[in-house]
Design a protein around this ligand. Structure first.
Ligand SMILES: C[S@@+](CC[C@H](N)C(=O)[O-])C[C@H]1O[C@@H](n2cnc3c(N)ncnc32)[C@H](O)[C@@H]1O
Length: 266
């Protein structure tokens, strides 16, 4: 597949991805993780969730794959720094996984389906590498369900621009609400859909989220694509960045980032 990943791996993007843990991004999976399990983390990015999974299933093993060589090198550095010997990182494509059939007890993917042009094909391939009673765990954002206060027309435009860039990439920013449909079509059974949010609404997390998004509006692949696709320009992007910086210091600012999440059996 010739998919285009909307966000890229600029430092401002990784600032957000590196914050992620099993607890804040895969809590729905926690009760199903046991020592000794073999886990695949698809689209692992910088690998903080992957490393956390490895701690939780040791002496089992975790493999993180991502189709970006650049981010796999970053994840490998994190693995070395964490002295974690039951995890490995490899370049890999979720549409064509380089593993035998029925290989993993759990396949996890966080915020990956939303970026794919054919999530059902990816889920069908993931199903192939799961053991007969293996568990799928996927979580994706639902952009249109996101709530931001106080109201700011520029932040509403930020949401619209996101939708427009994803659409040009034939991807789905509201993936959270479609996970159930996609997982059913890929042939999974025993499906449980739930939802959860990230909430940023205190001085520290507002400053972190607002600043990283201000930087992403100026420097990430999202910004580059928005301009290249003729959807925005540097003046508008600077305005969006300003809006996020202003939001980040308001004492009553809050954001709820809504996600859908699915557990399903092969
Ligand atoms: C939003 S990031 C999520 C990273 C990580 N799962 C996390 O939550 O921190 C999505 C990741 O999926 C990767 N990706 C996109 N398309 C992929 C594909 N076809 N196969 C494997 N990885 C893919 C991107 O390179 C990116 O690192």
């Amino acid at each position: 597949m010739d998919d285009t990943y909307t966000h890229g791996h600029h430092e401002s993007v990784l600032r957000s991805h590196r914050w992620r843990t099993v607890e804040n991004s895969a809590a729905y999976l926690l009760a199903h993780l046991d020592p000794g399990m073999h886990v695949l983390d698809v689209g692992c990015g910088p690998g903080t969730i992957t490393l956390d999974l490895a701690n939780r299933v040791a002496p089992g093993t975790v493999i993180g794959v991502d189709n970006s060589p650049e981010i796999i090198a970053v994840a490998e550095q994190a693995r070395v720094a964490a002295l974690c010997d039951n995890v490995g990182f490899a370049i890999g494509d979720t549409y064509a996984l380089d593993f035998d059939d029925e290989h993993f007890d759990v396949v996890h993917a966080h915020q990956v389906m939303q970026h794919l042009t054919d999530p059902v094909a990816a889920l069908t391939e993931i199903r192939r590498v799961l053991t007969p009673d293996g568990l799928l765990a996927i979580r994706d954002q639902d952009l249109s369900a996101q709530a931001i206060a106080p109201f700011d027309a520029r932040l509403r435009r930020w949401t619209e621009l996101h939708r427009e860039v994803y659409a040009r990439n034939s991807a789905e920013p509201n993936a959270g609400r479609y996970l159930l449909n996609w997982v059913r079509r890929a042939g999974f059974s025993d499906i449980t859909l739930s939802s959860s949010t990230w909430t940023f609404a205190d001085t520290e997390t507002r400053a972190w989220w607002g600043t990283l998004w201000a930087d992403r509006c100026l420097h990430s692949s999202f910004a580059e694509q928005a301009v290249a696709y003729g959807l925005s320009d540097q003046t508008e992007l600077k305005g969006l960045a300003d809006a996020w910086r202003e939001w980040s210091v308001q004492p009553d600012a809050c954001i709820f980032c809504v996600h859908g999440e699915v557990l399903a059996r092969r």
